[in-house]
Design a protein around this ligand. Structure first.
Ligand SMILES: Nc1ncnc2c1ncn2[C@@H]1O[C@H](COP(=O)(O)OP(=O)(O)OP(=O)(O)O)[C@@H](O)[C@H]1O
Ligand SMILES: CC(C)(CO)[C@@H](O)C(=O)[O-]
Length: 336
């Protein structure tokens, strides 16, 4: 394999920088038990909300794409007095309140499910490092939840499989209305098609075949995701508004079937733009950026749910000033 390597990892990989930072800190951790989880970011192009009284079955149908950037979570556990420290990019997480935090919610669900664990004798530190914007359609909350559930399940040797641990993350997302299909999307990788709603192990997912690699000269091959975020949309503010949810459901109703009849990346992007326009989610500023990218890529649209434009392209080159570029992560969420 060609390329420049740092700590055994090719430095052209989006994950490498974060991996390096974490490895440096690793030595300072003494004999604490710790785990490292990478949850790649999932951008939804279009979605339909499927309500159900059971949170494991509640969720969304839809389609999206998974980036090689996202949330890296290091969980550390040692003996203590029940302290819980949660940090995001090195800062203590003072997000609104404990009740609103998807990380706390995931931890609480594990505590309720596994009462035999002596949680009050543990000191738990959860460090999230993210390199995508928050509340901007990159499914960061799903990454926080997955890092917490998979990390703790591994360290504490909880009797859960990979999907079962991820289902706890889905449960937390659905209960807080911070996401419906991002946990499934991040687990699947590539271009996830969420065929039936629900948590991993409950819902049903597939993925688009990547188109033929137009860049045979690169070892990673494949496509690029170009993005630029202008601001946030709090997912829960949309998911709890019946006017918005009825509207988006009526627009999305037949979109997945249409994509399944022609399961191609360009068609996914066309449908995503149709969804963004017909729902009225897209505003003139985002549309302007879509127009810039549309002609020079395989298609551009708005990331659900954020004031973010995204495009899929065979080249990182584009004329949108200040845009970010990522690769596609085909592997999905993993313990590293
Ligand atoms: N600084 C922060 N540190 C940790 N968690 C945070 C922070 N800010 C927000 N959160 C968590 O993320 C949730 C916001 O999720 P939201 O779904 O709106 O964003 P997202 O997942 O990044 O975007 P989207 O779902 O649109 O893709 C909050 O409810 C909170 O639990
Ligand atoms: C609701 C949502 C658009 C938020 O990112 C996503 O979770 C999805 O597609 O279900």
């Amino acid at each position: 394999m060609e390329g420049i390597f740092l700590l055994g990892y090719p430095i052209n990989h989006g994950l490498n920088y974060l991996y390096y930072l974490f490895n440096c800190e690793y030595n300072k951790c003494g004999d604490k038990l710790q785990s490292l989880v990478f949850a790649p970011s999932h951008i939804t192009g279009f979605f339909e909300i499927i309500d159900h009284p059971h949170p494991m079955i509640r969720g969304s149908r839809g389609a999206g794409v998974v980036l090689d950037q996202g949330v890296l979570t290091r969980v550390e556990v040692c003996e203590g007095n029940g302290e819980i420290i949660i940090k995001t990019n090195g800062n203590i997480n003072d997000y609104h309140s404990r009740e609103d935090s998807v990380t706390y919610k995931t931890l609480d669900l594990l505590k309720k499910q596994f009462t035999e664990i002596e949680w009050s004798n543990l000191h738990i530190t959860i460090n999230h490092e993210l390199n995508v914007p928050l509340e901007a359609g990159f499914g960061a909350s799903a990454g926080f939840a997955l890092g917490t559930s998979l990390g703790l399940s591994q360290i504490l040797k909880l009797p859960l499989t990979f999907n079962q641990a991820a289902a706890v993350a889905h449960n937390a997302e659905v209960l807080l209305s911070t996401g419906l299909g991002d946990v499934m999307g991040s687990m699947v990788g590539g271009f996830p098609l969420r065929i039936e709603p629900g948590a991993p192990g409950f819902g049903k997912a597939d993925k688009l075949l990547p188109p033929e690699n137009p860049r045979k000269d690169t070892d990673e091959g494949g496509l690029f995701i170009i993005f630029k975020s202008l601001g946030t949309i709090e997912t829960s503010s949309v998911l709890t508004d019946p006017v918005k949810t009825n509207k988006l459901n009526s627009v999305a109703r037949d979109m997945l079937q249409r994509l399944m009849l022609k399961p191609q990346v360009t068609h996914f992007m066309d449908l995503s733009l149709e969804f963004a326009q017909k729902t009225g989610f897209i505003d003139p500023e985002i549309m302007e950026m879509v127009d810039v990218l549309k002609d020079e890529t395989m298609g551009a649209s708005m990331a659900m749910l954020g004031r973010t434009v995204f495009a899929i392209s065979s080249t990182p080159d584009n004329s949108l000033e200040g845009s970010g570029v990522a690769r596609i992560d085909h592997c999905g969420c993993r313990i590293i």
